[in-house]
Ligand binder design. Structure first.
Ligand SMILES: NC(=O)C1=CN([C@@H]2O[C@H](COP(=O)(O)OP(=O)(O)OC[C@H]3O[C@@H](n4cnc5c(N)ncnc54)[C@H](O)[C@@H]3O)[C@@H](O)[C@H]2O)C=CC1
Ligand SMILES: O=C(O)C1=N[C@H](C(=O)O)C[C@H](O)C1
Length: 283
């Protein structure tokens, strides 16, 4: 399938990530659908948003079924990208599933077990991942491999995790939650995801996490610290991202990967970004 045959609808272009992804879709030469499902009030009040000079019409929940039916009729190669809010994840995914629409879910939070179950039951193709940035995905995969190959290697170590994001981020980092799973398999002292420290206050972000002032409105700084039981050995892993381009480009990779899986009628239908990376499908 050539790029121009892959049509991409980005929900919600009004958001920071949705807008960045929509721009990356245009940059990549894919067909950006000039409609975007968004929060109800925004659709009515704002009307449309410009993406690289393309006016994208905003669609609220009450009109989304009609809009999707019309778009699907015209664009059989449609793939939906979702960067909305944790509170919308399950409802939106169910909507895509009910319409038989393949989707890339970049939105974090919600009930992840339910999300996988609904997607499995519907049989739609999907990439679901809280992290789209190639190098961070590679780090995530490395930690998974370490945990699989050397379970218990950090037995008894004490883990602390801090993540800093723009103050508008409503949930705890989905990426940090996934990486904590690997540390749990590596045998650290009991650590639940609610022990992840969320930093959202500007003074602390700049003073303690060294976030540049210009990045306060868009950054993701993660620090994982491990200390041996007797305190003599310390490990620290960090991934600090400024801006959103790394995720937007990775999302385009996910879309192209999904289009190729649909075309080859792959047996596996639900993927994460480690699958996309392993397939050599990240630029
Ligand atoms: N997977 C990844 O690599 C990344 C994931 N994210 C995740 O993406 C999500 C969005 O992040 P931001 O763009 O920074 O948030 P944002 O707050 O800037 O944008 C969210 C948008 O969703 C819209 N919205 C709210 N309810 C909706 C609904 N029911 N249907 C459609 N649209 C709705 C809002 O009006 C808003 O425009 C978060 O969950 C964040 O963690 C962010 C960066 C990278
Ligand atoms: O909301 C964000 O900004 C980000 N969200 C994702 C997460 O929750 O892990 C990925 C990255 O941290 C940016």
């Amino acid at each position: 399938m050539c790029r121009a045959e892959t049509s991409v609808m980005v929900n919600a272009c009004t958001g920071k990530m949705g807008h960045a992804v929509a721009e990356a879709v245009v940059r990549a030469g894919l067909d950006l659908i000039p409609f975007s499902i968004t929060g109800e009030s925004e659709a009515v009040v704002v009307g449309n948003v410009g993406v690289s000079g393309i006016p994208v019409q905003l669609v609220g929940a009450d009109k989304r079924q009609q809009a999707i039916s019309d778009i699907m009729r015209d664009k059989p190669g449609l793939i939906v990208v979702d960067f909305t809010l944790p509170g919308a994840v399950n409802e939106n995914a169910k909507f895509y599933c009910d319409n038989g629409l393949p989707f890339v879910m970049g939105t974090t939070g919600g009930d992840r077990v339910q999300l996988t179950r609904d997607t499995e039951e519907s049989g739609v193709y999907a990439v679901i991942a809280p992290q789209m940035g190639k190098q961070v995905v590679a780090f995530q995969a490395t930690m998974e491999m370490m945990a699989q190959n050397f379970p218990g290697a950090f037995s008894g170590y004490k883990l602390s995790v801090r993540e800093s994001h723009q103050r508008t981020k409503v949930d705890t980092s989905g990426t940090a939650k996934e990486i904590v799973r690997s540390f749990q398999q590596l045998g650290v002292e009991p650590f639940e995801v609610d022990a992840i420290q969320r930093v959202r206050e500007a003074g602390q972000q700049m003073g303690e996490m060294h976030v540049p002032e210009k990045a306060l409105s868009g950054h993701a700084f993660h620090t994982y610290h491990l200390t041996s039981p007797d305190g003599t050995v310390n490990f620290e892993f960090q991934h600090n991202v400024v801006g959103r381009e790394i995720y937007a480009e990775g999302t385009v990779d996910a879309v192209l990967f999904l289009a190729s899986k649909i075309k080859e009628k792959a047996e596996q239908r639900i993927f994460n970004m480690v699958d996309v990376l392993r397939a050599g499908a990240m630029r």
